[in-house]
Design a protein around this ligand. Structure first.
Ligand code: 9YW
Length: 448
């Protein structure tokens, strides 16, 4: 479909619209990830949402992360979905996950049984920065919050190390593509091909395809069967992490998560030093960051320089090139020569410099790759949050000009005020859900 874009809004109007989206998606308990498609709290969405909210309503930003961490599992895992309100509004809901019986689950709240990328420390630090620039009262409030949530963040990071670094790659492993946050990325095609849904897979009815008008923008039914089968395996294991990691038919070292983990450990270490946390815990964080960084560097392809995921079941590197290949730019640690190669690749016509892009925001897959699909979810479209992450990392690394350019590109993409979940890279048509909370949140952060 043609997808004509309306005019771009002036900054103040765009900011007002973004604020409105976050207000409208607030159920009073949580800010849902999207109005109809995702009517619950998602873990990494909540982190980005809180960053945007910090500009509007500091106590609400804090409350959002507190709600997420109240659902933290007793072993430290932060669950990927916290269910609220109408439990039937999204599939798979809590009954299908069957986490109520899990010995390690949280009390008094229903959640999914997997995790999502660890970006929460980054959000807490950003909230602190925003609050400190706002005034003494905000500063005090944010610091009180930072101190109180720090131990929970530490135990979340500890869980990733204790349970999710099997084998020798040093990469953080995922047991479901949903854990990566990039559900149907071609990164996972090979490992998913080895997942064989059993005949015992209980029947189900998808809800996402009924809400998103065009099912071809969503994962296929074959993909969903595998997604559901993996849940079935975990449910049977009672969500015992050791058993899940030992037996799951999907186990992949995720290089993008590993890079985010490395830099999140740096951030948590900075916060912990400031808050006077125990030296042993700070030493853990330094150690975890360094191991993760090494693992990312070691994954880089000898020719392209792109970082690779590793299929830990089949014991092989996954060479599929996607946005995740730029992971070393998030956390550093790869040799300079590799990083320079990645930066020029990112700028080249294969990625942000592609002449037909509406805005130079990195697409989820290079438009030059076979299999690139400009409309399908994580197989081609641009995702504003991913651009935010790279911009944030570039700023942190002192690459201010790059960060500024990426922010400008992100605002060009999202300037139509639709706050799409993802965007068609050539036309800029918003796809998936509109009024997606995390898109509104990163736009707010870019605008301020
Ligand atoms: C699903 C909420 C989530 C994101 C994920 C994204 C999508 C949910 O939406 O997954 O049902 O497929 O892939 O990263 O957290 O915005």
């Amino acid at each position: 479909s043609g997808g004509r874009r309306p005019a771009r809004y002036a900054r103040a109007t765009l900011a007002a619209r973004a604020a409105r989206v976050l207000r409208d998606n607030d159920t009073g308990t949580v800010i849902t990830a999207a109005p109809r498609l995702y009517p619950h709290m998602w873990s990494w969405d909540a982190a980005f949402i809180s960053v945007g909210l910090a500009r509007l309503d500091l106590p609400r930003a804090i409350a959002e992360l507190e709600t997420l961490f109240r659902a933290q599992w007793r072993n430290g895992m932060v669950p990927h979905i916290v269910f609220t309100g109408d439990e039937d509004a999204y599939f798979p809901g809590p009954d299908r996950w069957g986490t109520d019986a899990a010995a390690d689950g949280p009390r008094g709240v229903r959640t999914s049984g997997i995790c999502q990328p660890p970006v929460h420390a980054i959000a807490v630090q950003r909230i602190l920065e925003v609050a400190r620039a706002s005034g003494p009262q905000e500063r005090a409030e944010a610091e009180r919050f930072g101190r109180s949530i720090w131990p929970a963040l530490y135990s979340w990071h500890r869980w990733l190390v204790e349970y999710r670094t099997p084998g020798h790659s040093g990469l953080i492993a995922i047991v479901h593509g949903w854990e990566s946050g990039m559900d149907n990325s071609p990164r996972w095609d090979l490992p998913y091909a080895a997942v064989r849904p059993g005949a015992e897979l209980p029947p189900y009815v998808r809800k996402d395809v009924r809400i998103v008008g065009d099912p071809s923008e969503r994962p296929t039914d074959q993909e969903y069967d595998r997604y559901l089968w993996l849940i079935e395996e975990m449910r049977r294991a009672g969500y015992d992490q050791r058993e899940v990691v030992r037996n799951s038919s999907f186990l992949v070292g995720d290089v993008f998560i590993t890079a985010l983990f490395a830099v999140s450990c740096d951030v948590l270490l900075e916060l912990g030093s400031e808050f006077g946390r125990p030296a042993s815990q700070l030493a853990d964080l330094a150690d975890w960051a360094s191991r993760a960084r090494h693992a990312v560097a070691a994954s880089c392809h000898p020719v392209s320089g792109m970082a690779r995921d590793r299929d830990l079941r089949a014991n092989r590197w996954l060479d599929t090139q996607t946005i995740a290949g730029f992971a070393p730019l998030l956390c550093g640690g790869a040799p300079d020569e590799v990083q320079l190669r990645l930066l020029s690749l990112l700028d080249s016509d294969r990625w942000c410099g592609h002449p037909d892009l509406l805005a130079p925001v990195p697409p989820s897959v290079s438009p030059m790759r076979p299999g690139f699909n400009p409309r399908q979810y994580w197989r081609g479209p641009q995702w504003p949050v991913v651009a935010w992450l790279f911009g944030w990392a570039f700023e942190r690394r002192g690459w201010h000009e790059r960060a500024r350019e990426l922010r400008a590109a992100g605002l060009r993409l999202t300037g139509d005020g639709a706050f799409g979940e993802y965007y068609e890279p050539f036309t800029g048509e918003p796809l998936g859900s509109t009024d997606q909370s995390w898109t509104a949140a990163v736009v707010l952060d870019w605008l301020c």
